[in-house]
Ligand binder design. Sequence first.
Ligand SMILES: NC(=O)c1ccc[n+]([C@@H]2O[C@H](COP(=O)([O-])OP(=O)(O)OC[C@H]3O[C@@H](n4cnc5c(N)ncnc54)[C@H](O)[C@@H]3O)[C@@H](O)[C@H]2O)c1
Ligand SMILES: [Zn+2]
Ligand SMILES: [Zn+2]
Length: 361
Amino acid sequence: MPQQVRGVIARAKGAPTELVTINIPDPGPGEAVVKISACGVCHTDLHYREGGIGDDFPYLLGHEAAGVVEAVGDGVRDLAPGDYVILNWRAVCGTCRACRRGRPWYCFATFNAEQKMTLEDGTELSPALGIGAFADKTLVHAGQCTKVDPAARPAAAGLLGCGVMAGLGAAINTGNVGRGDTVAVIGCGGVGSAAIAGARLAGASKIVAIDIDDRKLSKAKELGATDVINSSTGDPVEQLQALTGGFGADVAIEAVGRPETYRQAFYGRDLAGTVVLVGVPTPEMKLELPLLDVFGRGGALKSSWYGDCLPDRDFPMLIDLYLQGRLPLDAFVSEEIGIDGIEAAFDKMHRGDVLRSVVVW
Ligand SMILES: NC(=O)c1ccc[n+]([C@@H]2O[C@H](COP(=O)([O-])OP(=O)(O)OC[C@H]3O[C@@H](n4cnc5c(N)ncnc54)[C@H](O)[C@@H]3O)[C@@H](O)[C@H]2O)c1
Ligand SMILES: [Zn+2]
Ligand SMILES: [Zn+2]
């Protein structure tokens, strides 16, 4: 039976979000309906509301979620009602040119549900990142559901569904951080802090956290930073070099998404080092660099989408590490809020008061 539940939508560019009734169809072939247990508030939700991602209003917001499968459609294997899952936005297709070449984390044709959720008047909703989980229930493609150990608390587990995975993967997958590496992380919000935790997990021997907010830097220390630099007080590249024998970091991770911080990452890495851009720039931003420096310094300049993760490979493994006490996911949950607290959570995010506010049911 199609059902009606509550969901948080952005109706028009810049307008405050609204809690409304939405219609959820029964799952069709390959689809699943998931009852949401927790969903983190990510910067990307705010980008959607502000019209920075697209113009397909109204959006059903929310995409960092854990929940329990309620129903599955025809042809769904390996997923059943009652399964505890983290929702992902990389349900790989298996047949695009990236998948065929054995690089499914670059999949160019990821799956989403084909049917639409709607407003009461029938207006079709665009779910954020194909998920839409600021809702009692949501409709997704079955491949967007990754089963994990139900012992993991939903508020912490759901965060792997986006920002925390993006940061962990920027270090572990894209940056390929290894034992003994020196790592710099510029911007220590939810994403950058996760990159710090990822660098620690991968065995980095020195992890330098760089931010303009001392609150973020003290949190970064809790998560594994060995040194911190407040870049509002001087040139962070010089300070980073001073901390690394004059050389810079093997891997420099940019988690802000601005040209000036990208430049810091570019010049703050050692010769032949790796720059990873995980922060998302806006369309008007431009980067200018001497081409001779790009050539002469060698190494690799990479971008990281969703931490180059494969949800079915990475989520269960990371949840196991969390349950063993080796990955501090709880440290990212700054507060638990109700579904009516999202606008206030956006304000706290803007002021830098939180790593993550998480809606819990
Ligand atoms: N690539 C991906 O797959 C992916 C996924 C999720 C989010 N993101 C992006 O990652 C970025 C960070 O997200 P977040 O949730 O951590 O945001 P956030 O707002 O929580 O954190 C940003 C941090 O950067 C710091 N900062 C701001 N200006 C700075 C500067 N000039 N120098 C140093 N630090 C500075 C802030 O103090 C804050 O701690 C955003 O651009 C977001 O859109 C990317
Ligand atoms: Zn593919
Ligand atoms: Zn996100």
